[in-house]
Design a binder for this molecule. Structure first.
Ligand code: FAD
Length: 362
């Protein structure tokens, strides 16, 4: 069996590894000229680590990550302890996105990845699928996986009119930076602040620090991304207890502050056809207030590989995949919405850990 994957993000690469391990010859096509990872740090939860363990990559992944815990504080620095959950429900591994992408691309095998290769269309036949790329090449395979992110071309062809939509007013700013002189970061601090703002920082394995600021219902933005982040960092500390976050933002070069208008892919009525399947953000770009899109998305790839190796044919496996994923993400969306709609920091923290608990213990 032969598979072609559009997109070499974390989900496309992980799906490739899973398919290869199931004996499926797999080629990944990435539109960019290099394997690059937008973003800065990435929290991988226990469900994602279980996927990487099963793919034989767990140890290598832990070697490039730093264990971290997601506990929230309020804007005065007070720790919020939602009752009824264990320490495991708060634990995750923080990795640098670029290092994760390198690790995954090495595992896929660089010879199996085509760069500068943007999928522009496909034609399904009874026997397979012809995937067309912008360099004029066509690749014939038994299946095509669209792991091409929130702005997925594959999704737009499979489900015309299913464009990603802006999560109005929801923005994120982030970077990885070396702490400036005089700032020592020993542990992560994440705050649920005023004006629906969240943020803080987490140390990485190599002495740098990942800082992030998010806001729901943001007023129209003014200034540079760095100024926008600094303005909102003030909502996270109303008493001066935490000077580290503004110092980290200040120490970040302007061009290294990544700003995102958050995009969402609304729940889809279909994820597959006979020969084409969506995986990762192409099927379910989520609001990152639950910081779990990648952790959930890598499960898509493993499930797909399992179903393909245990079923008689591609169409049956893809139908089973869709049958599993649609109700699964309905639940993800319900739990995520509950977090977003939380009226107080205490409620947010409780709903957040309830989501994490559900995600890692299924
Ligand atoms: C601010 C923020 C913080 C987050 N934090 C976390 C976190 O801590 N933990 C977590 O689990 N998740 C987190 N997420 C979610 C996570 O980033 C995404 O869910 C994840 O990166 C999606 O991976 P993907 O491979 O599906 O898509 P992408 O990473 O978008 O990759 C898609 C790839 O496809 C390529 N591509 C696109 N179109 C084509 C085409 N036509 N042909 C070929 N290639 C194409 C793109 O260039 C890209 O390389 C966060 C998201 C945001 C916005």
């Amino acid at each position: 069996m032969r598979a072609v994957i559009a997109g070499a993000g974390v989900v496309g690469l992980t799906t490739a590894i899973a398919l290869q391990r199931s004996g499926i010859e797999t080629e990944v096509h990435e539109q960019a000229p290099e394997i690059r990872a937008a973003g800065a740090g990435l929290g991988l939860w226990a469900n994602a680590l279980a996927v990487f363990d099963e793919l034989g990559l767990g140890d290598r992944l832990r070697a490039i990550g730093k264990p971290a815990e997601m506990y929230f504080r309020d804007h005065t620095g007070e720790l919020i302890h939602p009752p009824g959950f264990s320490a495991d429900d708060h634990r995750y591994l923080l990795v640098h996105r670029a290092r994760l992408s390198e690790l995954l691309a090495d595992a896929v095998g660089r010879d199996n990845i085509r760069l500068n290769s943007r999928l522009i269309g496909y034609d399904e036949t009874d026997a397979g699928v012809d995937a067309r790329f912008d360099d004029g090449t066509t690749v014939t395979a038994d299946l095509l996986v669209g792991a091409d992110g929130a702005y997925s071309v594959v999704r737009s062809l499979l489900l015309p009119g299913s464009d990603a939509v802006k999560h109005e007013g929801h923005h994120a700013w982030r970077a990885v930076v070396r702490p400036p002189d005089g700032v020592t970061i020993e542990r992560g601090v994440i705050v649920l602040g005023e004006k629906r703002t969240r943020g803080g920082y987490v140390p990485t394995v190599d002495g740098t620090v990942y800082w992030l600021v998010n806001q729901f219902d943001a007023e129209p933005l003014h200034g540079t991304p760095k100024e926008q982040a600094a303005e909102r960092a003030a909502f996270l500390d109303t008493t001066g207890w935490n000077p580290a976050l503004p110092a980290l933002i200040e120490a970040t070069p302007d061009d290294q502050v990544l700003h995102n208008q958050i995009m969402l892919v609304p729940p889809l009525p279909r994820w597959v056809s006979h020969r084409v399947a969506l995986a990762g953000d192409s099927a379910h770009a989520l609001s990152p207030h639950i910081t779990a899109g990648a952790s959930l998305g890598v499960e898509d790839g493993l499930l797909l590989a399992r179903l393909l190796s245990s079923s008689d044919g591609v169409p049956g496996a893809l139908a089973a995949y869709e049958q599993d994923r649609i109700p699964h993400y309905r639940r993800v969306n319900e739990l995520s919405k509950r977090v977003e709609d939380s009226a107080t920091p205490e409620e947010f923290a409780a709903n957040y850990v309830a989501f994490s608990h559900w995600m890692i213990s299924r």
